[in-house]
Design a protein around this ligand. Structure first.
Ligand code: THG
Length: 263
């Protein structure tokens, strides 16, 4: 499974402070620690503050110390464009996070995605919000797939994010999410992704729930996750799950990492 490191997100108060202070050393340290812990991608989110200035600064700061590809996390098309323009190296590796069927979001961001032919995360969300049922989320996925197919976009670069809602809000939120993962895989040749942590909102011992939820998601074929790679236990789960699911041929990664695993 592809690991997208979530730490460089302005919704985390300490990180927001680093970004506002233009504390290059601090964000570079967070970037390097996530990469050392096994992040395949780094998610960059600068939503709190002057997004244009901060996105450009953050991309530069991170790319000064690592070549690990970037996932640009913003709802703003101009911020995403600024991020893409700033990225050095192969821009077709950048994951654009995200598009959705909300007003204008697709119209504004899609041209960027098509220009650079980069992978994109699409949220199953429209102007009426996040649909309550798996069936409706699959319908939104179908609409997204249809639009991208018309534009001759390579669907293997599309990551559908069916959106996780808290288990504390409805006892069927987790199973409904698994159903979405299953159906997206069955019906379309696309990938799936999620930010996991919403599942445990308003529950004690959040990390335990997140980890167990991740294990189920992986079993249901999830291709990528936005998570905290500095959480050793969740990384242990990813590694062992990939081994058991046959995503780690000959246990190469597992054997390479087993000394630093936590059980
Ligand atoms: N889908 C998509 N993009 C997303 C999300 C999603 N981007 C934002 C978010 N959800 C995923 N990113 C974060 C970033 C930080 C935290 C949660 C989600 C967070 N971090 C705490 C910290 O680092 O201090 C706690 C981490 C922990 O202890 O596990 O809360 O759903 N497409």
């Amino acid at each position: 499974m592809l690991i997208i490191g979530e730490k460089l997100n302005s919704s985390i108060p300490s990180v927001r402070q680093f970004i506002n202070d233009k504390n290059t050393a601090a964000v570079q340290d967070l970037a390097l620690r996530q990469v050392a812990a096994g992040a395949d991608y780094l998610d960059l989110n600068t939503a709190q503050g002057d997004e244009l200035v901060n996105m450009e600064w953050l991309v530069r700061a991170v790319q000064e110390v690592t070549d690990v590809p970037i996932c640009l996390d913003s709802t703003s098309a101009v911020a995403l464009r600024k991020g893409l323009e700033t990225v050095k190296g192969d821009k077709s590796k950048v994951i654009v996070n995200s598009i959705s069927l909300e007003n204008n979001r697709l119209e504004e961001v899609l041209p960027l995605v098509l220009e650079y032919q980069c992978p994109v995360i699409a949220l199953t969300l429209n102007d009426r919000g996040i649909p309550k049922t798996a069936v409706e989320r699959i319908q939104l996925t179908e609409q997204i797939v249809e639009i991208l197919t018309k534009k001759h976009y390579d669907l293997t670069k599309l990551y559908i994010d069916p959106l996780v809602l808290p288990q504390a809000v409805s006892h069927s939120n987790a199973t409904m999410f698994f159903q979405c993962l299953t159906e997206v895989k069955r019906l379309f040749q696309v990938k799936t992704v999620s930010g996991l942590s919403n599942i445990s909102f308003n529950t004690p011992k959040r990390k335990v729930i997140n980890r167990q939820f991740l294990t189920f998601c992986m079993a249901y074929g999830m291709d990528a996750a936005i998570l905290d790679p500095l959480d050793r236990q969740i990384m242990t789960s990813v590694l062992t799950n990939d081994f058991l699911l046959g995503n780690d041929r000959f246990g190469k990664k597992y054997l390479k990492s087993f000394r630093r695993l936590e059980f």
